[in-house]
Write a protein that binds this ligand. Structure first.
Ligand code: SAH
Length: 404
């Protein structure tokens, strides 16, 4: 079998079960592994410590699949990994609070580069790495077999990061029946239409499920501003929880059109007035500032501002700007639910950026709650990079002018 031997000074992470091996950590490669093929990984003394997938064009040259030296990953191994990952979500789905969840969360579920989400009978996969692509047919077959009620597997492997792996984008049916144009899912009383062909990621942001419920708990009677709304997300949770008004703002008219339909499907017992604004959030917040508009609850859930550590400076400026503007639009005692899905931005850095925004906005804010990606998006302890989504629920508490 093809084999890589690690550099003596760079073997620590792999020996401690970190799944990524960077090119600089490899001393020698014996054999000529093909793209995505399995290689044996040995420590500097030549002792096998496990097996991983070969990514010849990526800086992350090997992604570990197993740390059991005599377990050589094959089709049966991959199918079992998928089935185990699905089984871990069994009890959650059986509770019936939703019919959509993440089934496979990549490295943290022992399947690097593989994401699979379930939307009311349809599994949608995103294969981001050479190894994930190599095992595509086994992954699709295993999902059909192991997911109760699975009618088809749709491929949404059109992520930009595939370029780094020497892969081109791919979408289409992998197994079973074609999915409907829009799939209806529910989270409690909230209804969403999901477009798995053209929607973001695999179609929807399942990772914010718990944070949406948290935001809902502050929404009764509130004037809510839902920035970066996508198909409604947090604003629908606020609507269902009895908000007075909900204003959704997003740059995408298509996403807001689905948000409008979702708002009609979701309960609105308080008769909230609902607005959909196609606009750039950076500009819209300034417009509201100039108009003197105020809100009780503001949500900021922007897209990833930082892809890499190099883009961190620009990202922190972006986070500071929108948070500062939003804090100024809060009524006394108002709530700001603010999020960052940039993996390069740590929870500490995010809190620091928010603190600077509060200082410049002349608002004293309290952290009331912290949120993270939902429980069906677990993080392997040996892979802290798996924690990408963090949120702060901040309350405007007191300031020089308005003691409360
Ligand atoms: N909160 C949503 C997910 C938000 S995803 C949920 O819970 O489902 C980020 C959204 O930001 C996308 O819908 C994208 O269209 C939008 N977006 C990106 N840049 C923007 C900008 N500058 N102004 C307004 N919307 C923007």
């Amino acid at each position: 079998m093809n084999k890589v031997i690690l550099h003596p000074r760079r073997e620590y992470a792999t020996v401690h079960h970190h799944p990524w091996i960077f090119s600089g950590a490899i001393r020698t490669v014996s054999g000529s592994p093909g793209i995505g093929e399995t290689v044996a990984v040995c420590d500097a003394r030549g002792t096998c410590i496990g097996h991983g997938s070969w990514s010849p064009s990526s800086q992350i040259r090997v992604r570990m699949l197993s740390f059991v030296p005599d377990e050589v990953p094959d089709a049966t191994f991959i199918r079992k990994r998928v089935a185990e990952s699905v089984a871990r979500r069994g009890a959650f789905l059986a509770r019936g609070a939703t019919n959509a969840c993440r089934l496979v969360n990549a490295e943290s579920d022992g399947l690097p580069g593989v994401v699979a989400d379930f939307y009311n009978g349809v599994a949608v996969v995103q294969l981001a790495t050479a190894g994930a692509e190599f095992w595509k047919d086994e992954i699709a077959a295993a999902l059909m077999e192991s997911v109760p009620g699975c009618t088809g597997v749709w491929n949404r492997s059109d992520v930009d990061s595939r370029v780094r792996e020497g892969l081109s984008p791919e979408t289409g049916l992998l197994a079973g029946a074609e999915p409907p144009e829009l799939i209806e899912i529910y989270e409690g009383t909230i209804r969403y239409l999901v477009d798995v062909r053209k929607g973001h990621k695999t179609g929807f942001y399942l990772d914010q499920r718990e944070a949406r419920a948290t935001v809902g708990s502050y929404a009764k009677g509130a004037d809510v501003l839902n920035c970066f709304s996508y198909t409604g997300g947090f604003g629908l949770a606020a609507q269902a929880a009895g908000a007075r008004t909900v204003t959704h703002v997003d740059a995408s008219a298509d996403a807001l059109e689905i948000a409008r339909r979702n708002a009609e499907l979701t309960p609105n017992s308080a008769g909230a007035a609902i607005d959909f604004i196609v606009a750039d959030v950076f500009k819209q917040l300034r417009l509201y500032r100039d108009q003197g508009r105020q809100f009780d609850l503001i949500v900021l859930d922007p897209p990833k501002f930082a892809d890499t550590k190099a883009s961190l400076m620009r990202a922190t400026r972006g986070y500071k700007d929108i948070n500062l503007l939003a804090m100024k639009l809060l009524r006394p005692g108002g709530i700001l639910a603010t999020f960052s899905c940039s993996g390069a931005v740590t929870p500490e850095l995010f809190a620091k950026v928010c603190a600077e925004a509060a200082f410049d906005a002349k608002r004293d804010m309290q952290i009331v709650e912290r949120t993270r990606q939902a429980a069906d998006h677990p993080v392997l302890l040996s892979f802290p990079e798996g924690l990408y989504l963090k949120g702060l629920v901040l309350r405007h508490s007191f300031c020089g002018k308005c003691q409360m």
